[in-house]
Design a binder for this molecule. Structure first.
Ligand code: PMP
Length: 375
């Protein structure tokens, strides 16, 4: 059977990793400034993470969700502590799309309404509802088109107020920082406006934190900068550091009834072990502070570069916009300097490294980046 290539494939076979470094089958070392697409939060093969998963696998890999799973409660308690959202309820699933799917559905159960506000260039995943609120014509099939979604321009307060005035809005779904859309930071006043309109109209504020959440920006959720609480936060990627773990946390205003949420694999013993290890390491090693400090340093240094059009982002979620003619920069970083980065538009380099990226690794990236730009 032939394998379907989901993404354009680089001819590199990564077989090993440690911290922010990965190695191919020939032993060549690469610096991972992409964190395997924002997934690697605490670094590759962290000893505590490996041990927790290994111990759990020896103990019990899986058992049905219909029994008590104390490790789920342990995870919810620690997540409440680290995120500061102790009064929320956690529902665990397996991916970002599934988290968004459940959040949108739950909002509609809660207020009995159907219309959703989403934003231009958004990315929320590839399952039915998630893809319907995604603004990317390549991935929205005709069957997923829906009259219930209103796409608004990014950060346009007047358009937002008008959409609320004209429709019965069930929920607003927004990435605090658009990832795939090119690293666009939502202005704090815009998030505050969403909060007040949702309150006024009994609508649900859904913060898609799959890419920009979980400490990546230096705060647990990017809405925290605006002093705004969402009603539902959706999470995945960094939550499991590579083990598929997703989830939503739900504010006390919404109390799901039995049957509204469910999944076979979500919150299984191994997923919880991975999730707990991530949070323990984040807390022990103060990784949010590191993400803030190293991120601020990188952004400051990148802003000094003449050839760079714009630097956007927060903490270790950084977009470097280059003039169109420098779209080849990522390839040279990879093949000449052995550094993985991500892409947003062809001319936006996306950095989403592990939250424990060191200053030395940040400097290694900066040096290579300057070298490529100067050629
Ligand atoms: N939301 C955002 C903001 C994302 O970046 C992604 C993945 N790129 C998703 C949702 C979907 O996550 P998953 O691929 O785990 O379904």
């Amino acid at each position: 059977m032939k394998l379907f290539d989901v993404y354009p494939i680089n001819p590199i076979n990564i077989v090993k990793g440690q911290g922010s470094l990965v190695y191919d089958a020939h032993g060549t070392e690469y610096l991972d400034m992409y964190g395997g697409h924002a997934v690697i939060s605490i670094g590759h093969t962290h000893p505590h993470y490996v041990k927790r998963l290994e111990d759990q696998l020896h103990q019990l890999g899986f058992y049905s969700n219909s029994i008590e799973i104390p490790i789920q409660k342990e995870l919810a308690t620690l997540l409440g502590k680290v995120s500061g959202k102790d009064d929320y309820q956690l529902f665990m699933c397996n991916s970002g799309a599934e988290a968004n799917e459940n959040a949108l559905k739950l909002a509609s159960f809660y207020n009995g309404k159907k219309k959703v506000i989403a934003f231009r260039k958004s990315f929320h995943g590839r399952t039915s509802l998630a893809v319907a609120v995604t603004d990317n014509p390549k991935i929205v099939a005709p069957i997923n088109e829906t009259d219930n979604v209103i796409f608004l321009p990014w950060a346009d307060e007047a358009a937002l107020a008008q959409a609320f005035a004209d429709n019965e809005i069930s929920s607003v779904i927004i990435e605090g920082i658009q990832g795939v859309g090119g690293i666009q930071v939502a202005p704090e006043s815009f998030l505050q406006k969403i909060r007040s309109l949702c309150d006024e109209h009994n609508a649900v504020f859904i913060a898609d934190s799959v890419q920009c959440g979980y400490g990546r920006t230096g705060k647990f959720f990017s809405q925290d900068f605006a002093g705004v609480n969402a009603d539902i936060y959706t999470m995945a990627k960094g939550m499991g550091n590579g083990f598929p773990v997703g989830g939503i946390i739900i504010s006390p205003k919404i109390q799901p009834a039995y049957g509204m949420l469910g999944t076979t694999f979500g919150g299984n013993h191994l997923a919880c072990a991975a999730g707990l290890a991530v949070l323990e390491i984040m807390e022990q090693d103060n990784l949010m502070l590191n993400a803030a400090t190293i991120g601020e340093y990188l952004i400051k240094e990148l802003k000094k570069l003449e050839q760079v059009k714009e630097v956007r982002g927060r903490g270790l979620m950084i977009g470097i916009e280059l003039p169109e003619e420098l779209a080849h920069v990522r390839k040279e970083l990879l093949f000449k300097h052995h550094i993985f980065t991500g892409e947003a538009k062809p001319n936006v380099v996306r950095l989403l490294p592990a939250l424990n990226l060191t200053k030395a690794h940040a400097d290694r990236f900066l040096e290579a980046f300057v070298n490529v730009l100067n050629q």
